[in-house]
Ligand binder design. Structure first.
Ligand code: UDP
Ligand code: MG
Length: 209
């Protein structure tokens, strides 16, 4: 039966993720703060696997899954997809990667995401990288990046800013109270921001070329 098989699948996933015992860094910041760009640099220098929750959701939507329409509507409105959906995608991607070090980019976006992730995976992040950037600069970047994203229009961008302020900031406060937030001034050019990022990951962890 469909549900029984699903339940077994979930248990299997949980068990093997626990075996993997991965180290996870959450990468947060408003839309357009440079999370994806900097994650690509971190991957090259420090050997992490980059998992963008937004990219995983867009791929799931495009795959014609039963959740496709719901995901599509949420993204168009800048709303946050229920944790259960995003967490399944993240778990699957972690297990398929063959790595045990992950940058989870753009997640958790609200308290529901955060609590459910810790509950389901038992993973607590090593730290949270926070790209701090003004809305003016983020809006300028989003409107000039031309990635063909249907949520990169002024109307949806404003909604995404609002969701960031109202929901994601609470996640940052939660981890800040645990001393886990590493805040970066992300309003600068890419290379300068990356110098700060490097300082956080530590020169001793840098891969040889
Ligand atoms: N999204 C979501 N849950 C997540 C990550 C993304 O619901 O954990 C949705 C949400 O609608 C968001 C959109 O995907 O506005 C785009 O997210 P992405 O992280 O790609 O945007 P970015 O912040 O990088 O511009
Ligand atoms: Mg992104």
């Amino acid at each position: 039966m469909g549900t029984a098989v699903g339940a077994v699948d979930n248990k299997e996933t949980a068990r093997s993720l626990a075996d993997l015992n991965p180290s996870v860094v959450f990468v947060l910041g408003g839309p357009g703060s440079g999370k994806g760009t900097q994650c690509a640099n971190i991957v090259k220098h420090f050997g992490y696997t980059h998992l963008s929750a937004g990219d995983l959701l867009r791929a799931e939507r495009n795959s014609g899954s039963e959740n496709g329409t719901m995901i599509s509507n949420m993204i168009k409105e800048g709303q946050i997809v229920p944790a259960v959906v995003t967490i399944k995608l993240l778990e699957r991607a972690m297990l398929e990667s063959g790595n045990d070090k992950f940058l989870i980019d753009g997640f958790p976006r609200n308290e529901e995401n955060r609590a459910a992730f810790e509950d389901v995976t038992k993973i607590v992040p090593s730290f949270v990288l926070y790209f701090d950037c003004s809305e003016e600069e983020m809006e300028r970047r989003l409107l000039s990046r031309n990635q063909g994203r249907e949520d990169d229009n002024v109307e949806t961008i404003r909604k995404r800013f609002k969701v960031f302020l109202e929901s994601t900031k609470k996640v940052l406060e939660y981890y800040n109270a645990q001393g886990k937030v590493r805040k970066i001034d992300a309003g600068r050019p890419i290379e300068e921001v990356f110098q700060s990022v490097k300082g956080i990951f530590g020169p001793k962890n840098e891969k040889a070329d």
